[in-house]
Write a protein that binds this ligand. Structure first.
Ligand SMILES: NC(=O)C1=CN([C@@H]2O[C@H](COP(=O)(O)OP(=O)(O)OC[C@H]3O[C@@H](n4cnc5c(N)ncnc54)[C@H](O)[C@@H]3O)[C@@H](O)[C@H]2O)C=CC1
Ligand SMILES: O=C(CO)COP(=O)(O)O
Length: 336
């Protein structure tokens, strides 16, 4: 019998833990790395993650450690599931510990502030590994639903199709159906920008603007995501897939989405400080709206919804003023 695939998951938050369950259910031996020894103890002794997925029983072939070297040892897949803005610093520390041929897998949906790099680019930069050893998992994958083993499809992307297929096999379960894709840039941009559009839709929901507004924001949000992707060499069709439309629909419809909920609170009139104070988990779009806009400006791409979100979240623009500005932009053909 062949050895089980070994996966290390760095980050024991909601998605790291839920994706660790998927890998374990697919037959991998899974080690979660957590920062806090208290959480390690809770995961190993109660077989639950009380902080992020209370009430969910974790599989027996999944355990936790606070020792990064122990987690990384001999891992076929090293999965990164921490907030995007913390990746560079953390990965620099983990680099000497990585197993020699491990494939680095990003679950993160953000763009780095300052460099405007996608997460796979940060990984390549910091870990110094080739693109054929970096993969991305993305799509409509709300962690709570996956942890309840509710059905979902996903995309596993790598420039090397064979590596994407290995990862696909390692995380394929009766409830989690991964498709491969070689358009890594498109898949990552779809995931990062949907968080920004999720904030916009949340704000509209909080303001009570109705479902036509929601449909319009999702569609025009996808249009500006696709424009950015095309400027960066991504395949426009990727955005009609799970990493684009699929994730937008899930995020913009669900109260489980942290970005959507964050936006809803702002739209209801909470201040940024009040909203941040009640948000316990990572809402990537709050920071990445600025890096996405930075990326768009570097490439001369117009992203009016992203610009509006930056205005509301970071520049104190009242949502009613932002709405008026967005609606009074010059009239245009739908495609240009
Ligand atoms: N939760 C979800 O439904 C999904 C989340 N994602 C993405 O996965 C990534 C991780 O998100 P979640 O697990 O949901 O976030 P989370 O907020 O639930 O967990 C974040 C984890 O990172 C750790 N962490 C926070 N700051 C850190 C630091 N400075 N250094 C090291 N570790 C740190 C936390 O202790 C926690 O274990 C994000 O990029 C998110 O967009 C993607 C798909 C689904
Ligand atoms: O990426 C997600 C679903 O695919 C999770 O969305 P939130 O980060 O907004 O919760």
């Amino acid at each position: 019998m062949s050895k089980p695939v070994k996966a290390a998951v760095f980050g024991t938050g909601s998605w790291g833990t839920a994706f660790g369950m998927v890998l374990a259910d697919a037959g991998c031996d899974v080690v979660l790395w957590a920062r806090r020894p208290g959480l390690v103890e809770a995961v190993n002794s109660t077989r639950t993650n009380p902080d992020y997925l209370p009430g969910v029983e974790l599989p027996a072939n999944l355990r936790a450690t606070a020792d990064a070297a122990e987690a990384a040892r001999d891992a076929d897949f090293t999965v990164l599931a921490i907030p995007s803005q913390t990746l560079r610093g953390n990965l620099a520390g983990w680099k000497p510990l990585l197993a020699p041929d491990t494939v680095l897998v990003s679950l993160m949906k953000g763009v780095e502030l300052g460099s405007a790099m996608r997460m796979s680019e940060v990984i390549e930069d910091v870990a110094g590994v080739g693109a054929d050893r970096i993969a991305v998992v993305t799509g409509p994958n709300l962690a709570r639903e996956i942890a309840a083993r509710m059905p979902a499809a996903a995309v596993v992307a790598c420039t090397d199709e064979a590596v994407a297929q290995r990862l696909q096999a390692a995380c394929h379960t009766p409830y989690f159906r991964p498709y491969t894709n070689t358009d890594v840039a498109g898949c990552e941009l779809g995931g990062a920008v949907k968080n920004v559009i999720g904030l916009a839709v949340g704000i509209a929901d909080g303001m009570g603007l109705g479902d036509n507004a929601k449909g319009s924001l999702i569609t025009r949000g996808l249009a500006e995501t696709t424009r950015l992707g095309a400027a960066l060499g991504a395949d426009p069709l990727t955005f009609a897939g799970l990493a684009g439309l699929g994730d937008l629909v899930a995020t913009c419809s669900s109260p489980l989405s942290r970005n959507h909920t964050f936006g809803t609170n702002l739209g209801k009139g909470m201040t940024l400080e009040e909203t941040v104070a009640i948000t316990k988990q990572t809402a990537e779009g709050v920071k990445s709206c600025e890096s996405v806009l930075d990326l768009a400006r570097r490439h001369g791409v117009d992203m009016p919804i992203t610009e509006t979100v930056v205005g509301i979240v970071h520049e104190g623009k009242p949502p009613v003023v932002a709405l008026k500005e967005l609606m009074s932009r010059s009239a245009k053909p739908e495609r240009h």
